[in-house]
Design a protein around this ligand. Structure first.
Ligand code: TMP
Length: 340
């Protein structure tokens, strides 16, 4: 999956770029690391905020890794595994900051992932990871967070258990709006005596209160997901009956999950717009909807857009003021399917 045709680019969203820049400033001010490693550096959106000598990236998708190399950032086209960790250790020594956004939850063997992080992290070093939050996913009914790449959707409770097995622990949690609600976890070695922040205890409390550690919660979730499917389908069927032309916006992996699960194909959506070059002129998997280059303007005869990139709703709504002003509407599936 993570090969040289991987289409995802972190830099395609200003929300992501801004968030990384803010975090980089905090890291520079507060943690002052001498050497940083980014696992899954994609097109260098995070790395470019640092002095080139201070940060090393690894990225197994050669096509995106090439982009960072061209920007003279120090990256290696490698997947995070034992061999890579050994190589990095011998070439650079230990790191005092390891960062990874939306990557570690893509790797199956988490024990191995964190064992290698432990070995590469200095004694007072910090691991910062960002991933979609299971609590937000269940609250917002965003079942489309579960797809091929997303092997895991982390809860703070479960993540901390796996970390502890590997002599690591969470000491702070920040909630992010990114990707429909993510958590940024600050992780340290158990042997490091940094204080455990209130934010960690609060997150654990909230997760337990919601029922994340109770099986029943997931059966209820499954029921809500099926309800959501029926409602979304009925919206599309109605719009089709009324002879409306509907298009999609943001051909995300998440929208692929929604459309396949809800049986919404090229009968209901004419085409998808997307800014990512590698997705353009291709088709949405399973539903065969053509993906077309976004050209800053929505066709005049379009009134309804299915928001595939719902996780960037604010950014997109701001960008499409003209469409909204002329009566254009978005179809969204979270927290429940509706037209906005
Ligand atoms: P993601 O949800 O997996 O991050 O993917 C977002 C996709 O949406 C990506 O292919 C880029 C696309 N996109 C647009 O086409 N226009 C936009 O304004 C934004 C924010 C994203």
């Amino acid at each position: 999956m993570f090969n040289n045709t991987y289409p995802y680019r972190s830099s395609m969203s200003t929300t992501v770029s801004k968030s990384f820049k803010l975090l980089a400033n905090i890291i520079k001010k507060k943690l002052k690391p001498k050497l940083i490693l980014e696992i899954g550096s994609n097109d260098g959106t995070f790395m470019r905020n640092f002095n080139k000598n201070k940060i090393i990236g690894i990225e197994p998708c050669k096509n995106v890794e090439k982009i960072t190399k061209q920007k003279k950032l120090n990256t290696h086209p490698l997947y995070w595994n034992d061999k890579t960790a050994k190589f990095l250790r011998s070439k650079y020594g230990k790191f005092d900051l390891i960062f990874s956004a939306n990557t570690l939850s893509h790797i199956k063997n988490l024990d191995n992932v964190f064992k290698n992080v432990y070995n590469l992290l200095s004694e007072t070093g910090v691991l910062i990871i960002e991933d979609p939050s299971l609590l937000e996913c269940l609250k917002k009914n965003t079942y489309d967070q579960f797809y091929n790449e997303h092997i895991y959707v982390f809860s703070c409770v479960a993540l901390n258990k796996i970390l502890k097995k590997n002599k690591l622990e969470i000491y702070k949690v920040e909630k992010l709006n990114i990707h429909g609600g993510s958590n940024r976890y600050f992780i340290k070695k158990i042997s490091d005596k940094k204080n455990i922040d209130k934010s960690f205890l609060k997150q654990i409390k909230n997760e337990k209160k919601y029922g994340l550690t109770n099986k029943k919660t997931y059966f209820k979730f499954a029921k809500r997901v099926n309800k959501s499917k029926n409602k979304l389908r009925s919206i599309f069927v109605k719009l089709k009956k009324q002879k409306n032309k509907v298009i999609g916006y943001g051909a995300t992996a998440k929208s692929t999950t929604i459309l396949n699960f809800c049986n919404i194909n090229n009968n209901y959506i004419e085409y998808f717009l997307d800014t990512t070059q590698d997705k353009q002129n291709k088709y949405t998997p399973g539903t065969k909807i053509k993906i077309i280059k976004y050209k800053n303007e929505i066709e005049k005869n379009i009134k309804y857009i299915f928001l595939g990139a719902w996780n960037f709703k604010e950014e997109i709504l701001k960008k499409e003021k003209k469409f909204i002003k002329r009566g254009g509407k978005f179809i969204i599936h979270t927290p429940y399917p509706k037209i906005i």
